[in-house]
Design a protein around this ligand. Structure first.
Ligand code: SF4
Length: 397
């Protein structure tokens, strides 16, 4: 049975482990140079070694982004890093620049995936990239699922599509807003998110303030059956800069649905709806299905900003499980006895726990927890070390 890969962002080593523990079958990450997230917590050589070893020990793949557009002086610096990646046995690199693709293939046997930054939207382009050694194309976000299936069939290359996360309102890889407004090159890792700003539009005597360029966030979970039927090889979640809670929740929601399909051969609406609701519990803009079915238009712009939802806040992680008695956790955000916490388990979905007691490590009752401390809370079956714990936050408006 064909099951697509679930490809999660790994903004740092901890998030890599979180994503894989919650079901991602591949992760993508950046080294210290050559990627498009210069402000991210990018991987050092030691972290890369540990991350690749961790992923491979759990049969997950690691892709390293080299998707910046480089000048000649930077291309000269690339081969030593490519040699390191080959030595570490990373599973592929993701490139945008033809010069980078050729340099990688001249200096290694690492598989090469084409970044969405290269805006591949058709089979002819995919065939051309195949000729220079590309084995997978991360399609431009303007591609529909139907077109993606045709591109795969006609070109014979693997196709990867975004399924979740923040979107660009511009054509992938062709935005120069930051260059002109902030002196930062979006295509070389410097996007300043200029499209998210509030602008004043003037026409004659009329003036209007609007977030007219800010896209809603992509959420393709309800279309997961279409992705599977179309044979999309890899489902990509955006968000290397986002939180552990985001990494865990998104990996859990999509992987649980894929697991259901693997076990039962179908994906009923009730299962999709259950995990769709989980995606409303992480920080997000309003959701859109963007161009997955038909081209995105004005209804994909996040202008009104009405948002009557309660998002959840991470309060800590499980450090120890004392079978049948208690759970030990670190506290990142304060909570009280009587609160209800939700624990994201690795295999059983979300477990709720009403806090009949909260004890400190000396066994004394705590009236209010303090961030940076360790406490014990009631035991819940199915919970494991490393599970993320969250609590419902205030209403977002
Ligand atoms: S400014 Fe906005 S549209 Fe342009 S690259 Fe950045 S996020 Fe995308």
């Amino acid at each position: 049975m064909f099951i697509p890969e679930l490809l999660s962002p790994a903004g740092n080593l901890d998030k890599l482990k979180v994503a894989i523990n919650y079901g991602a079958t591949a992760v993508y990450l950046g080294g210290q140079k050559f990627g498009l997230r210069s402000a991210a917590d990018n991987f050092t050589e030691m972290e890369l070694r540990e991350g690749v070893a961790f992923a491979h020990s759990r049969s997950a793949k690691v892709y390293v982004v080299l998707n910046s557009f480089l000048h000649d002086s930077e291309i000269e610096e690339l081969p030593p890093f490519v040699h390191l990646l080959e030595e570490l046995k990373v599973d592929a690199v993701i490139v945008s620049d033809l010069g980078v693709a050729l340099t990688v293939s001249e200096h290694s046997n690492i598989e090469i995936h084409l970044s969405t930054q290269s805006s591949c939207l058709n089979a002819e382009a995919a065939k051309m990239w195949k000729r220079v050694g590309i084995t997978r194309v991360v399609l431009g976000r303007e591609t529909s699922i139907e077109d993606a299936a045709k591109i795969k069939k006609l070109s014979g290359v693997e196709v990867e599509m975004f399924i979740h996360g923040a979107m660009c309102m511009s054509f992938s890889g062709n935005c120069v807003l930051s260059n002109y407004t902030a002196g930062r090159d979006a295509n070389r890792g410097g996007c300043s998110h200029t499209c998210r700003f509030l602008y004043t539009l003037e026409s004659g005597d009329e003036k209007k303030q609007a977030f007219f360029m800010s896209s809603k966030d992509l959420n393709g979970l309800m279309l997961l059956p279409q992705y599977i039927e179309a044979g999309i090889d890899s489902l990509k979640i955006e968000g290397r800069m986002k939180s552990h809670l985001y990494a865990g929740t998104t990996a859990m929601a999509y992987s649980k649905c894929l697991d259901h399909y693997r076990e039962h051969g179908d994906l009923p609406a009730s299962v999709l709806e259950e995990f769709h609701q989980e995606l409303f519990k992480v920080t997000h803009r309003e959701y859109t299905e963007a161009s997955l079915i038909s081209p995105a238009g004005a209804d994909s712009i996040y202008d009104e900003r009405e948002h009557d939802e309660r998002e959840f806040i991470a309060v800590g992680n499980i450090l120890e499980v004392t079978e049948g008695q208690s759970l030990t956790m670190d506290v990142r955000t304060a909570f009280h006895p009587g609160d209800t916490l939700e624990i994201l388990t690795f295999s059983d979905g979300v477990a709720k726990v009403k806090l009949d007691f909260v004890h400190n490590v000396m066994g004394e009752t705590e009236d209010r927890t303090r961030p940076g401390t360790v406490v014990k809370i009631p035991y819940v079956k199915g919970v494991e070390v490393g599970n993320i714990i969250r609590i419902e936050g205030p209403l977002c408006k």
